[in-house]
Design a protein around this ligand. Structure first.
Ligand SMILES: CC(C)(COP(=O)(O)OP(=O)(O)OC[C@H]1O[C@@H](n2cnc3c(N)ncnc32)[C@H](O)[C@@H]1OP(=O)(O)O)[C@@H](O)C(=O)NCCC(=O)NCCS
Length: 337
């Protein structure tokens, strides 16, 4: 979805037009103002600085700003996926001094009106929430799935040392497979991904609700979604092509603005087998930290019952620092009416 910045406004419900906000499509020039209101977001793990330019260029996506007296006070991004049926909202943020006044609600309703006016076939809105949802939220939302969030940090050089103590150093996959009793996982190329995820129903038992959740974004198993996913720099793995039990997606490390030389790795693991999940995690770590120097924040999303054992493994065996206790994210949807 791409609309020009002059933004033909949809007819707004009265409550929205009374909120005294102006809405515009974000441009490159707005970057500094957006960053100025984003400083405390996600404990420094804000992905927007890295993604902003590509979000603006993404033909599926529109980044909307709310302004008050011309000044940017909130941002939300909307993306139409699932063959045009789903509006995905991401990146929501409100300037600290404007929080708690209903701005997020107004912006979300504006985005919904905008998408409906341009994409009448959109039926549902999907989003991911990692805050505490209450009964009022569940009147509005249906849960697609829940994932445990395991957030850890380490210095790439230290992790490599620990991996080497276990014979996991470098890119020597045979030593790694010696540590893990199962055969090595299979890294998938584009053809194998299409074959497994689209041309068979083998992944239905592995993925929650037949949904690929990558970096908070839920995608149904459709060719149009796969085209979006395959443009991203991601490593895809399964334990076994012909009978998969566990699958994982790992982003290539990207910089985050916590400080100099801080990188972020996002790993989504699907499936319920701890040993296989751990094995794929180790393969991703080995591959993506081999040439890295500096600090790494690694966020793993996994089936909630696996969280505790995985956290103990990370802390006790890999000696990485766990940044927080158990938290979870809910992928939810509501009807667009
Ligand atoms: C979370 C945040 C955007 C809320 O902004 P706010 O203007 O204070 O929120 P409001 O006063 O409008 O109140 C809440 C409304 O936003 C919705 N909301 C709150 N957090 C939300 C989220 N993460 N995603 C989508 N909707 C959210 C609430 O459900 C409610 O909707 P309703 O009006 O339909 O009931 C704001 O506190 C913020 O910028 N926090 C830091 C960034 C952040 O955590 N963003 C969450 C991204 S997942």
């Amino acid at each position: 979805m791409k609309i020009d910045t002059s933004l033909n406004m949809p007819q707004l419900p009265e409550a929205l037009s009374q909120a005294g906000l102006q809405f515009t499509v974000a441009t490159e020039e707005d970057f500094d103002e957006i960053m100025a209101m984003s400083q405390d977001i996600y404990g420094g793990l804000d992905y927007l600085p890295t993604r902003y330019t590509s979000w603006l260029q993404d033909t599926n996506r529109t980044v909307i700003l709310a302004r008050k007296h011309g000044k940017v006070i909130a941002l939300e991004s909307v993306c139409v996926i699932d063959d045009g049926e789903t509006m995905l909202v991401e990146g929501l943020r409100v300037a600290p001094q404007e929080r708690g006044k209903g701005v997020a609600g107004v912006l979300l309703r504006f985005c919904s009106e905008l998408v409906k006016s341009r994409y009448p076939e959109v039926k549902v809105c999907r989003l991911t929430r990692d805050d505490q949802l209450g009964p009022k939220d569940f009147e509005k939302y249906r849960i697609i799935t829940k994932q445990g969030i395991l957030l850890m940090r380490f210095r790439a050089e230290d992790l490599k040392l620990h991996l080497s103590e276990f014979g996991l150093e470098g890119d020597n996959e045979s030593t790694l497979s010696a540590f893990c009793s199962s055969p090595p996982p299979v890294r998938l190329d584009h053809t194998a991904i299409q074959q497994l995820y689209l041309n068979s129903d083998l992944m239905h038992g592995v993925l929650p609700n037949a949904t690929i959740i990558q970096d908070w974004q839920p995608f149904k198993l459709l060719p149009s979604n796969m085209a979006i996913l395959l443009k991203k720099e991601i490593d895809w793995m399964v334990d076994d092509m012909s009978n998969p039990t566990v699958a994982s997606l790992c982003t290539f490390p990207f910089r985050v603005p916590i400080g100099d030389d801080w990188y972020y790795l996002n790993i989504d693991v699907f499936g319920k087998d701890l040993a296989l999940a751990r094995q794929q995690f180790l393969y991703h770590l080995q591959r993506h930290t081999a040439t890295l120097k500096g600090h790494v924040m690694c966020q793993m999303f996994l089936d909630p019952p696996l969280w505790k054992a995985m956290a103990e493994f990370c802390h006790n065996t890999l000696s990485v620092e766990l940044v927080k206790e158990y938290t979870e994210q809910c992928v939810v949807e509501c009807d667009v009416i």
